[in-house]
Design a binder for this molecule. Sequence first.
Ligand code: KIV
Length: 276
Amino acid sequence: MYTQLQMRDSARPSVSLSTLERMKASGEKIACLTCYDASFAVLVDEADADVVLVGDSLGMVIQGQDTTVPVTMDDMVYHCKAVARGLQRPMLMADLPFASYPNRDVALANAVRLMQQGGAEVIKLESGPSQIDTVEYLAGHDIAVCAHLGLKPQSVHKTGGFRVQGRESDAAERMIANAKSLESAGADMVLLECIPNELGRRITEALSVPVIGIGAGPHTDGQILVLYDVLDITTGRKPRFVLNCMQGASGNLDALQRYVRAVKDRSYPAPEHGFA
Ligand code: KIV
């Protein structure tokens, strides 16, 4: 049984946390994409993305909601299962949706659901000081955890919109301190959304775990974008950090390969994709 698993992986070994740690140490950029179904998962895998996130952004891009707040655990498990069926090499990360981690025991039960029913390998949660105990608890139950800092879409009704975070120096210092506390609590990865480039650099250098950015500048260990933005499927106003890879591409797979290449050769993100 173990031999079979090892043989299955030998041609194209699956990405694990240690792969990502090695990439951080060697300076190879980590290319990540969101994904919500099996067909696109096959393409994202073929394009050689390292990490695939079943994000609660599915509430907006799949369900047509205005925010991620209405997304439920059932929604997450459904999409995670579908994506897991299409993937072989990339590491599969999934979001705990809004109000699914009000305390550590509920968080554990929902993380276990995402892993056992959905096939997730890493659990991401929007994090701050109130989640430190939960992160420690999940990590203590051998769950790989990604702490999401910066713009936290699940808090949009409280924070008043989708805005760049950490621009003021006290907010920046708080975010660095939070990131360090979450790492000490056992977070295996950190994801930074919509923060100034310089803050992205400071947090990445302060942590030993891999740091993935979206609108967080060129210095993070990896980049993630919403699949439908990369494929230019999303309509309406796009954030400045979006890279439309369909321009000049021969099709979806070519576009996804262009994205992975652009992350790996550091041509994405360019200065115009970042925030000061
Ligand atoms: O839900 C999501 O897709 C995310 C990404 C934007 C990072 O959290």
